[in-house]
Design a protein around this ligand. Structure first.
Ligand code: DC
Length: 216
């Protein structure tokens, strides 16, 4: 069974997917991690990110992933990308990389192969709309830009990082712009998806609302 959760950056998809996966005994597949992994690899080989367009890259990437203590570990062309997946610069760079059609096709294949033998809660930007349009349950988790930025600010402050709310708003808005307007598989509300706006909801409330829809 596939349960998809799509939505913009910082809407809480991964947190919610992780909790749901534990409650339902599914694997949480974070599709963004694969885009991030390819980005980490491209940075490792000094790729010129400014040269990436929807149709520029055509080379193949061998993506291998596994789970260790519940964490996804990802190798691209045998290079272990795992520890850099959440690096700050990888967020915006991975949005730029994700516009490329060829990379999207490679990652689509990884997802289809894995889903053939696993029950997945999979979060991303194009899961219910493009990768698994026939998923049993499709959710779209929305959230206002201001609320997403405030949440990110809190996370950074907890890590003692000095950050500015306006700067975070600009960064998230830039990612939204790329995610929603890319040529191939842009972020849209999937047909038939249940839309939940988490702007004024707690994580627990979002999880509970999703659980009300899921019949096993
Ligand atoms: O969810 P995330 O922030 O880890 O994703 C990183 C980038 O990967 C995001 O900006 C867009 C891209 N992405 C995508 O294009 N399609 C997906 N299904 C998941 C992520």
């Amino acid at each position: 069974m596939i349960i998809s959760i799509d939505g913009p950056a910082g809407s809480g998809k991964s947190t919610v997917a992780e909790i749901l996966s534990k409650k339902l005994g599914f694997i949480h597949f974070n599709s963004g991690s694969l885009y991030r992994a390819v980005t980490v690899y491209l940075k490792h080989i000094d790729y010129d990110f400014n040269s990436i367009t929807p149709d520029s890259i055509t080379q193949n990437f061998d993506i291998k992933f596994d789970y260790k203590n519940g964490e996804m570990i990802v190798f691209v062309n045998k290079f272990n990308c795992t520890t850099h997946l959440r690096d700050n610069d990888i967020s915006i760079l991975s949005a730029k990389v994700s516009v490329n059609k060829h990379i999207r096709e490679i990652i689509d294949r990884c997802q289809h192969n894995f889903a053939a033998s696993h029950n997945l809660i999979i979060d991303g930007r194009d899961i219910g709309s493009h990768v698994f349009p026939d998923a049993e349950y499709k959710f779209y988790l929305d959230c206002s830009l201001e609320e997403r930025a405030k949440r990110r600010l809190k996370e950074e402050q907890l890590k003692n990082n000095k950050v500015d709310l306006n700067e975070i708003i600009l960064q998230i808005a830039e990612r939204d712009e790329i995610d929603k307007h890319k040529k191939y598989a842009p972020l849209v509300v999937p047909k038939g998806a249940i839309i939940i706006d988490s702007s004024t909801l707690s994580i627990e409330e979002v999880v509970n609302e999703m659980l009300q829809h899921i019949k096993m």
